[in-house]
Ligand binder design. Sequence first.
Ligand code: NAD
Ligand code: MG
Length: 397
Amino acid sequence: MIGVAVLGATGSIGTSTLEVIKRHGARFRPIALTANRQVEPLFEQCIEYRPEYAVMADDDSAQQLRDRLQEVGVGVEVLSGLDGLKRVATLPQVDYVMAAIVGAAGLEPTLAAASAGKRVLLANKEALVMSGRLFMDTIRESGAELLPVDSEHNAIHQCMPADRKNGLAGAGVSKILLTASGGPFRTTPLEQFADITPEQACSHPNWVMGRKISVDSATMMNKGLEVIEACWLFDAEPEQIQVVLHPQSVIHSMIQYTDGSVLAQLGNPDMRTPIAHALAWPERMDSGVPPLDLFAIARLDFEAPDFSRFPCLRLAYEAIQAGGTCPAILNAANEIAVQAFLDRRLNFATIPDVIEATLGNVSSCPAESLTAVLAGDAAAREQATQLISQKEGQSWA
Ligand code: NAD
Ligand code: MG
């Protein structure tokens, strides 16, 4: 039996992961499930999956969960906070760690899993965006396995040659074609961007996801973070990654080879496919996703991305090109701006302005240590928070 810890078990990726694991109950055993502060959803999951451990983000929620489990006589050890997350990510009986916490909160537990040599199934792209080389070095030094769950990166992984000892060029790869749906506002007139509501931004045309990544998809910061994620995962230069708008989200990404071949991975837009791929790799197993019906899809469209409509995409390319802690600063400013937008304290059109101003005001340094990355993250959060409160109720210009 393969022991699995699901970090962020109550989220969109976490619940899809548990669905896939349930289909293969003889092969995978959920050892630990974690959540932020949602006691009831994690309680329900503990009843259904009977993990050894559950982790809540704070002591109060942990105590509530303990009480609930005691009432029904279910024995699960309940831990709390970052220490609890790191502990379950490194347990000897845990072989695979699904990193599906959203945002910077997932960085340290994911790094802990990497240091402990686990198979890391990476959904939490923010962790890799923030810590880049440090993360990849940790994986290599510990002998951990890193399998991308983000659908595009999972697709790229599937289309890449296994042997890349001599780099992408040595393997005959000329470009990574990273597909993007363009989100819900691909064709919305720009002058309406200021009036976009959180409800509109969170209703994605093709995918059902958590609120933060839904807003990121609407600003296309999600694609920007994915460009950075792809640079680290596949040792690519930003210029080797071409974003391709593909509104149907059927092709999940492609690799262009020097001989003119283009390999693509296609599938229904359902995260259970990349999750099952990463769990079973190098084998294949049933994910519960219905087969792709090409006749129903009938056509696939492609467009070039419009960088002036989606400045977040440009900012992400600039941040990875600038290097150091710039991607961590970009990510932190984005997390603060997105939360302010979801709280209706910032209008949608000004999200990129907050990020650009934060990148301009916080100085970057080499991202050599976790301390440096976390310091960049903290400084950017403070700066972005300050910018948003200064501008509250004013126009941004
Ligand atoms: P979500 O909001 O649905 O779930 C997030 C999970 O993390 C929940 O279990 C929540 O309890 C937990 N969590 C949140 N804040 C926490 C904190 N401070 N401490 C501890 N736990 C915390 O998010 P999601 O859509 O499942 O996305 C998870 C990650 O996967 C994100 O990094 C996202 O970018 C990535 N991802 C998601 C999708 C998707 O289709 N949903 C696709 C690709 C990548
Ligand atoms: Mg993606």
